[in-house]
Design a protein around this ligand. Structure first.
Ligand code: UDP
Length: 469
């Protein structure tokens, strides 16, 4: 049985704003229930809410009950409200244990409550567009019979999109099924717009998942009305140029969909909340560029043995580090010693932009990658699954703004090797480090310019104009 959606009251702007709003523009946003996915879509909604000139815009943003519990009380513009649907699986945070089962539950359990919710909120104000995700294939089937256009957001890089989209080409070239590690070093150089990439660096889901399911997900995009990218045109121009002509629907790259508009505000609110042992005060006390920020994503982590080895390596490097680690961190705290500050959660973009932070040990999630580029912080890459592998390749080989800790198929470096790598990476007088810093500072301009006078700002204006918002 469905739980009633938890709708917040949205303040009305004038007395003419009664039950029926002929002039109100209403957006329904339906993200995939995962941290990176929700963050990117919520940031997009916040950007839309602050960019529109439409006085009567209302955005209904759907969260599962569990996610509402995590972020329901976070500040947001008054014209965005949350609505809840039941959890897809009992605890979505443990979805890492069964990623495939979680993905399948999303395909079967989400559409019904979303349709019910949509029909209810349509009475209040007709929905002008559903913004959902490429992986929520059914969103198109929800919009179509109701004549509501659907915009599908792609949560990864354009390169990852192109790799998934050309899965048939990978198969035609004899590279599917993947024969790893035997063929891992073979070069894939036939995907339009994509610089040569090793087979082992392609997204892990392609290594084993259902061929037909992926092809169907990408064929479905053509049935939507808009395709939205979280990437930035100027960051991946050849790839986006190669993708665009394949689609009859408009493609707008709108990235980076990161909370740059909140910078400065989150820091002060965290301070007042005395959150997580005042990690900002700890950062303030460190010397410029001296801290390595360590985070391995919101739902997957390295194994316990790997984590212990990383902790010992970080400690032995002598470098100060701020580590976001989930679960019980008491053992980790013991290993790390006084040079490591451990927290369960932090305001990541704010941390990356802090002057004390000089490096990011990252699992290479796309949001984390974009945030590091935005902050101009070089990366130590430690990919675990899916698009984190091609992202690591992009960071290390194409942009040359990071070093690899290890590739997925490689064995784990020892604590001595980790300590040595971290020490060299953070030693900012070395020539190698100086050259890498020069490249990352140059790269940093791309998202900043894209948001102002570049493509993302103008794409957003075109997208909203198309919708009449
Ligand atoms: N994040 C954060 N604080 C943390 C850990 C993560 O704000 O302590 C945010 C991070 O800024 C990013 C998102 O969570 O926006 C993680 O998304 P990403 O695509 O990098 O990785 P995922 O966790 O989805 O694999």
């Amino acid at each position: 049985m469905m739980h009633p959606p938890l709708l917040e009251m949205v303040p009305e702007r004038s007395s003419e704003a009664a039950d029926h709003h002929p002039r109100r523009r209403h957006i329904l946003a339906v993200p995939y229930p995962g941290r990176g996915h929700i963050n990117a879509m919520l940031n997009l909604c916040k950007i839309i809410a602050s960019n529109t000139t439409h006085r009567q815009l209302l955005i209904t943003f759907v969260l599962t009950e569990e996610w509402f519990g995590f972020i329901g009380s976070d500040p947001k513009p008054s014209n965005i409200r949350f609505a809840t649907i039941p959890n897809v699986i009992p605890s979505e945070l443990v979805r890492a244990a069964n990623m495939r089962g979680f993905f399948e539950a999303i395909q079967t359990k989400m559409p019904e409550p979303i349709e019910e919710l949509l029909d209810r909120i349509q009475i209040e104000a007709p929905v002008a567009v559903i913004i959902s995700e490429v992986f929520l294939k059914w969103a198109v089937d929800v919009g179509r019979p109701r004549n509501i256009p659907v915009a599908l957001l792609w949560p990864m890089s354009a390169a990852a999109f192109s790799i998934f989209y050309h899965f048939d080409l990978i198969s035609e070239n004899g590279h599917f099924p993947f024969d790893l590690p035997a063929k891992g070093e073979e070069i894939v150089d036939y995907i339009p717009g994509i610089p040569s990439i090793r087979l082992a660096d392609l997204p892990t889901v392609l290594h084993k998942e259902n061929f037909d399911q992926i092809l169907a997900t990408f064929a479905n995009i053509q049935r939507a009305q808009y395709l939205l990218f979280t990437s930035i045109y100027e960051l991946e121009p050849q790839i986006i140029n190669a993708i665009k002509p394949k689609f009859l629907i408009p493609l707008y790259s709108l990235g980076p969909l990161i909370p740059h508009f909140n910078l400065g505000q989150t820091k002060s609110s965290s301070r007042t909340k005395q959150e997580e042992q005042n990690y900002f005060e700890w950062l303030d006390a460190q010397t410029p560029n001296s801290v390595l920020y360590v985070s391995m994503g919101s739902f997957l982590s390295a194994s316990n043995t790997q984590t212990d080895e990383i902790a010992a390596g970080l400690r032995d490097s002598g470098v100060s580090f701020l580590w976001v680690a989930r679960g019980d961190t008491s053992r980790l705290k013991e290993i790390c010693g006084p040079s490591g500050m451990l927290v369960h959660w932090c305001e990541q973009l704010e941390v990356l932009c802090h002057p004390s932070v000089g490096g990011f040990w990252t699992h290479c999630g796309w949001n984390s990658t974009m945030e590091s580029v935005f902050a101009g912080v070089p990366m130590l890459t430690f990919p675990i699954v899916i698009d984190q592998l091609p992202n690591s390749k992009l960071i290390v080989e194409d942009w040359k703004v990071g070093w690899r800790v290890k590739r997925v198929a490689e064995s784990m470096p020892t604590r001595e090797e980790i300590a040595d790598l971290v020490r060299r990476f953070m030693s900012f007088n070395s020539q190698e480090r100086k050259e890498m810093m020069a490249r990352v500072i140059k790269l940093r301009d791309i998202p900043r310019r894209a948001l102002k006078e570049g493509s993302s700002g103008s794409n957003l204006i075109s997208f909203l104009a198309h919708l009449g918002i």
